[in-house]
Design a protein around this ligand. Structure first.
Ligand SMILES: Cc1cc2nc3c(=O)[nH]c(=O)nc-3n(C[C@H](O)[C@H](O)[C@H](O)COP(=O)(O)O)c2cc1C
Length: 247
């Protein structure tokens, strides 16, 4: 083994007390992101370069950040939603490894999350359930209508801020994308990664005059069922509501 503490750390964290991972067994790595579901309508999102960056300083965003569970009736624009998706999961580069580099850090750059959106009030979008297609910066429309809002609210122990939000983000882990490299330890990294994503939503939301509420109090099975996830290979890790501030 090379006399390199960084290298030793990587080997130790990958293999100590572990079955060989998918990567160690030479299995191909899982896709960098899920493709759009077949047949789902796709909505292109405004590119980040087309938007004026918000004026709020990072200092002000950090200082002002507060959890909010009440939101104004004002909808989000599609550009604002696109900005929040970019800030939380936007793909900036695909490296030669290949791996994605995004606006948030991720263990081994595995970026194992898919973002589902419950849309209630976003200009140009019918209320319903969507999924962010990160590699093409598009939204896949999964289901329209009010039913999913009620189902997801009930699964989150009837937290009414979900029904009142302009949009609710649901981050679902694609477990193999992480454990392919890190084995069981990857579960820890999934939860750490989720925190980075949600914090960026809080801060970027502040810059758009929004409030955000992180949510982890939910019924795992009911919420995974609502999104059509099996709860093992794919499961919701973290949820956050967001909407414009009330005066
Ligand atoms: C991991 C985590 C889970 C949370 N889950 C919920 C939740 O299910 N419902 C809720 O209303 N707030 C939830 N919160 C928000 C906290 O209650 C909030 O951050 C805390 O009261 C501190 O307030 P502040 O964010 O305004 O500083 C959660 C926050 C975190 C970090």
């Amino acid at each position: 083994m090379p006399n390199n503490p960084g290298h030793t750390f990587m080997i130790a964290t990958r293999y100590e007390n572990m079955e060989p991972t998918g990567e160690a067994r030479g299995l191909p790595q899982p896709p960098l992101a899920l493709p759009a579901p077949e047949g789902a309508p796709l909505i292109p999102l405004p590119g980040i370069g087309e938007m004026e960056p918000p004026a709020l300083s990072l200092h002000q965003a950090i200082a002002n950040r507060r959890t909010g569970r009440r939101y104004s009736e004002q909808p989000l624009s599609l550009s604002e939603l696109a900005y929040l998706l970019w800030a939380t999961q936007g793909v900036q580069q695909i490296t030669t490894r290949p791996t994605t580099l995004r606006t948030v850090p991720s263990a081994g750059s595995r970026h194992a999350f898919e973002t589902y959106l419950l849309v209630n009030r976003v200009e140009g979008l019918e209320p319903g359930l969507y999924r962010y297609v990160a590699l093409t910066h598009e939204l896949a429309q999964l289901q329209t209508g009010p039913e999913k809002a009620e189902e997801i609210t009930a699964a989150c122990r009837n937290q009414k801020q979900i029904l009142n939000s302009a949009v609710t983000f649901l981050w679902a882990a694609e477990v193999e994308r992480m454990t392919w490299r890190y084995g069981d330890r990857g579960y820890r990294y999934l939860h750490l990664d989720a925190g980075h994503i949600c914090q960026n939503l809080y801060l970027a939301g502040e810059a758009l005059d929004c409030r955000c509420c992180a949510i982890a109090a939910f019924d795992d099975k009911a919420l995974n069922d609502a999104l059509g996830l099996d709860g093992e290979a794919r499961f919701v890790t973290y949820v956050a509501t967001l909407g414009k501030k009330v005066e």
